[in-house]
Design a protein around this ligand. Structure first.
Ligand code: DON
Length: 602
């Protein structure tokens, strides 16, 4: 069984059908009806791209057609994404990119993630020793210093061929011309209606008044123009990053944030700096893998879990085999325990990175897995008092992914020369903080929620991080974003797969499963992206299975080993490009769980 474009054709699935439901066998019948044969990705002789928006993919393709390379294409797509998917990413956000240069064989990492403002303090989201709900996700106090504009422009300068004015042109045109509201936009705006309504500027830009005069999510088909954002983009195209980090835009950002009770200053913006890094390297069944190092925790999990799977099953894993899935879940559980114990911004804390991804350490983790039964998460690392080991109770929980509130977006490009970009970029929660800097069209992130507001207490994704991820001024909050490049088996300088996804805590497992689907199961990239997903994250102590997930017998086999299984509607939006090492043809795939498009050059 696999999911396919049919899921999209079938229209939006009722979000309530599975959310929070413990597996009920009867429900599976409905799931099976939705299953069908996946469409294969089509081959391209030139460059190929996958993004979560048709307009962003078209802009990327336009850059390739104009003689630009993978970086020009990815950056053009990222700027368009800021316009057409403001709920996912934007100028007020930040992210990570891996850029591979085919000629030199070199891969560079750019970390343009947000940092905590200088006035941030460890306990800024606590009152009477308790986390104040919403304070780190909604409104001005949740805003970290944005890095996206600096990041996109530095990528272009270091690796691109085209001028900023050319690369930004599609985004400026999209903001002027307007976008028509899609089902995804509407769902996201509805999910964040209360938050957006509290900011007058955000309401004006992203909502409409209903018949009763109340702010409402615009209807599907409504044309949303963003003239302020067009002006800001045009000034960036002309004046570079300074047009954002200094002058009237910076002033408007600081003034709007402070008016809402936030702490971001013009000085925070003026002193923002991106960071370079060495990609984190691993191997999987003969393929070299490069991924994002800390301050992302994602890459560490990707390398640890793939290494563990190869150690545990050197001959390969049968597809959806309950025994192999058990080992996978146990490996993931242990990777997320390591995350909670050790990971944070390496500029602030000592992260034992080399040890964490070393074959010896992974062998210790893998060797402690009981092949017969699930290890209770609490026995590996005791949860803080009051944090439930499992959310499988009758109580409503905030821990199940709510697609309409989550966001982030991923862009994958491999150009005709084999240059590749994997870039994941975000404003964190849906529509970020819901604060728009007056007169600029810039929607600001709520990335501060990725810190441990109180070490050991779960964040919006139910993720528990520890002391190394405590808040400090200038510090980067720990991320799950995992832009990843997989290289050809017989040529470790040639990119075979560029992949990444949104999905908060579920990002690393989405990336791991797409890689495994290609490498272990030889799937076409579209099918690899479409396949059902299985996730664990240490806490809550439960296995999440999406609606395209596992057959009843497999679920029963996992439960018989002591796993608590939660059926979750869906998560993630993998965007991937595959370059066939044998034929040199490229194939791209955009996750049918979202509204994106995979394109390429003939
Ligand atoms: O950096 C992170 O891990 C989060 N801010 C990403 C948020 C996200 O992917 C939400 N997605 N559905």
């Amino acid at each position: 069984m696999d999911c396919s474009d049919n899921a999209r054709r079938a229209g939006p699935v009722k979000e309530t059908s599975f959310r929070g439901a413990v597996v009920k066998r009867g429900l599976l019948a409905a799931v099976l009806v939705a299953a069908s044969v996946a469409q294969a990705a089509r081959p391209y002789r030139g460059g190929a791209v996958a993004t979560a928006y048709p307009q962003a993919s078209a802009a990327a393709l336009e850059m390739l057609e104009k003689g630009g390379n993978a970086t020009d294409a990815a950056v053009a797509a990222a700027f368009v994404a800021a316009v057409v998917g403001p709920y996912h990413s934007g100028l007020g956000g930040g992210g990570f990119a891996l850029v591979h240069d085919a000629r030199s064989g070199d891969t560079k990492v750019l970390d343009f993630r947000e940092v905590a403002p200088k006035a941030a303090t460890r306990d800024m989201y606590l009152k009477d020793g308790k986390v104040v709900p919403g304070l780190s996700t909604d409104g001005a106090l949740s805003v970290a210093v944005p890095g996206a504009v600096a990041g996109y422009l530095e990528l272009l300068k270091a690796h691109g061929k085209l001028k900023p004015a050319v690369v930004l042109a599609p985004a400026i045109a999209a903001a002027r011309k307007g976008l028509w509201v899609t089902p995804r936009y509407r769902t996201m705006a509805e999910g964040r209606l209360a938050c957006l309504s509290r900011d007058a500027e955000a309401s004006r830009v992203f909502l409409v008044k209903d018949a009763q005069g109340q702010w409402a999510a615009p209807p599907v088909g409504h044309v949303l123009r963003q003239p302020d954002l067009a002006r800001t983009l045009a000034s960036i195209a002309k004046g570079g990053a300074k047009a954002f980090y200094a002058g009237p835009v910076a002033k408007a950002i600081a003034t709007s944030v402070q008016a809402g009770g936030g702490i971001l200053t013009q000085e925070d913006l003026a002193t923002y700096k991106t960071r370079g890094a060495t990609p984190l390297e691993g191997r999987y069944r003969g393929h070299r893998i490069l991924t994002m190092p800390p301050p992302s925790a994602g890459g560490v999990a990707v390398i640890q879990v793939l290494t563990a799977m190869e150690q545990l099953r050197p001959q390969g894993v049968p597809f959806r085999d309950a025994e192999a899935l058990h080992l996978y879940v146990e490996a993931v559980r242990r990777a997320y325990v390591d995350r909670a114990k050790h990971l944070g911004d390496p500029a602030f804390v000592d992260v034992p990175l080399a040890r964490l991804v070393s074959p010896g350490h992974v062998a210790d983790l893998a060797g402690a897995i009981d092949p017969k039964k699930a290890t209770p998460s609490a026995s590996l690392l005791a949860p803080k008092e009051g944090v439930r080991g499992s959310t499988l109770t009758d109580e409503p929980t905030t821990l199940t992914p709510e697609p309409e509130k989550k966001n982030t977006t991923h862009i994958s490009v491999i150009d005709k020369d084999g240059n590749a970009v994997a870039m994941t970029t975000t404003v964190n929660y849906g529509f970020g903080s819901c604060v728009v800097a007056k007169g600029t069209g810039v929607l600001l992130n709520d990335e501060m929620d990725d810190f441990a507001a109180q070490p050991g207490v779960p964040n919006a994704y139910g993720l528990v991080t520890g002391e190394p991820n405590a808040i400090a001024p200038g510090k980067v909050p720990l991320s799950s974003m995992s832009p990843t490049l997989v290289f050809a088996k017989d040529d470790s300088r040639r990119v075979m797969l560029a992949v990444g996804s949104p999905g908060g805590s579920t990002i690393p497992t989405t990336v791991i499963q797409v890689i495994s689907n290609v490498v272990d199961h030889g799937m076409d990239v579209a099918r690899a992206v479409n396949e059902g997903r299985v996730h664990h994250q240490y806490l809550p102590d439960e296995v999440w299975v999406d609606k395209w997930g596992l057959e009843p017998a497999t679920l029963s086999a996992l439960e018989a080993k002591g796993h608590k299984v939660r059926r979750v509607e869906q998560w993630g939006d993998a965007e991937a490009v595959y370059s066939d090492p044998e034929t040199g043809l490229r194939f791209s795939a955009s996750d049918p769980r979202n509204e994106g498009a995979a394109l390429g050059q003939d």
